[in-house]
Design a protein around this ligand. Structure first.
Ligand code: PLP
Length: 396
């Protein structure tokens, strides 16, 4: 059969903005499609599939266990559900009603739209600290004593969202949490590269960490990783996977699920909406393998080549200063940054790029509104001359 053009009737774009969900994320890492296709050749028990994934994720992250989820956001929902219910089956069944033990402490500066996921599981936030440096009213942010003073017998977890500007240091938040035996959930969705971040937050004492599978990892856009303490991952698995069987005929792998730790079997849990199939699990694992097989330096060189090729293809544009941000930092994603004379001109340029054929989506940095950002991570080789050409043809 001739190959069908499945995109007929659906406009394509050029994604120069990075691994954004709204732009369908990035190209799959080498080996992912093949793994998903091989996964289609057999049936398997999903507890065995996730236990297999757990072993591989544990190896890659240094965590005790892991789970493949339908995204980092799904990982946050499952992390909250695990901290709220632990291995108490009746509490699992009651979520999102977590009773009075539902508080999650979070710094105001860490709040963001993705934290809906924790609220959906039944968590309620107790906010601490002020981002006074952002308000222009001071120099500080949340501090360890802010967290300490918010702890009570209603506290179920602390949420920490990683970012280069995030304060206080994760290790200081972990120290407070340890004193009170409270789990710390780390949102590290977009913190790869560097590859060292796969192990970093677990090493610093986080109890649960989430990563996106569809960002730089190069897995299917609808995947993510939740990793951390074995008992919390067990709770998350019980609230996500299908356990609709009589208990007497249920034999999950015992290195993943320790059935002596809980009584009875939960019904379909609050995490069922985070479901993935075997195709996604094996696709994500293949992406993880490919990510670990390539060093940060090689990835950086590959992305730098894309940035320099586009920059070279730019004919002299007065008032447009190209620099490559992160050119010297092998642990970063280098970004071709075009600084315009004003934010108004930058916005006009963005509009022109979106008006072209094909439409080109460029990146935006709220800290640099005068800049057009060209992120190399989702550009296919054929996109490169088209981006150079469109930028050179720009009039402003
Ligand atoms: C992208 C992102 C998420 C959501 O990740 P998905 O894998 O798309 O669910 C959550 N938190 C942060 C900080 C992110 O950048």
């Amino acid at each position: 059969m001739p190959k069908q053009n499945i995109f007929e009737g659906c406009p394509k774009i050029i994604n120069a903005a990075g691994t954004l969900t709204r732009l369908s994320a990035g190209p799959l890492a080498p080996g992912v499609l093949d793994a998903m296709s091989q996964a289609d050749d057999f049936a398997a028990d999903m507890f065995e599939v996730q236990a297999h994934a757990s072993r591989r994720i544990a190896q890659a992250t240094g965590a005790e266990a892991g789970l493949v989820t339908s995204g980092a956001s799904a990982g946050l929902l499952l992390a909250a559900a695990a901290c709220l219910a632990k291995l108490d089956i009746s509490r699992m069944n009651a979520l999102p009603d977590a009773g009075s033990n539902c508080e999650v402490i979070v710094a105001r500066g860490h709040r963001n739209g993705y934290d809906h996921a924790l609220l959906a599981a039944g968590a309620r936030f107790v906010e601490v600290g002020f981002t006074e440096s952002m308000a222009g009213a001071g120099v500080r942010d949340a501090e360890p004593w802010d967290y300490e003073s918010a702890v009570s017998d209603r506290t179920a977890a602390i949420l920490y969202v990683v970012n280069t500007r995030a304060q206080p240091a994760l290790e200081d938040v972990v120290a407070v949490a340890r004193r009170h035996n409270i789990p710390v959930i780390v949102d590290a969705a977009a913190e790869l590269p560097p590859a060292a971040n796969l192990t970093r937050f677990i090493r610093l004492g986080a109890d649960l960490v989430v990563f996106s599978g569809g960002k730089v990892l190069g897995g299917p856009a609808g995947t993510g990783i939740l990793c951390g303490r074995a008992e919390l991952i067990m709770s998350a698995a019980l609230q996500m996977l299908d356990v609709d069987v009589p208990r007497s005929t249920w034999f999950p792998p015992d290195d993943f699920i320790n059935t002596s730790l809980f009584d009875g079997l939960p019904r379909q849990g609050i995490g069922r909406c985070c479901k993935v199939g075997k195709h996604e699990v094996f696709g994500l694992l293949a992406a993880l393998n490919a990510f670990l097989a390539e060093s940060d330096a090689v990835r950086h060189t590959r992305w730098m080549a894309t940035c320099t090729q586009i920059a070279k293809g730019l004919t002299d544009q007065p008032g447009l200063k190209p620099i490559i941000d992160g050119a010297e930092d092998q642990e970063s994603v280098p970004i071709l940054t075009l600084r315009c004379e004003s934010s108004v001109i930058a916005n006009q340029m963005r509009a022109q790029l979106l008006d072209g054929d094909p439409k080109i989506h460029a990146g935006f940095d709220p800290f640099c509104p005068d800049c057009i950002l060209i992120n190399p991570t989702c550009l296919r080789p054929g996109d490169i001359p088209l981006v150079s050409k469109a930028l050179s043809a720009m009039n402003f």
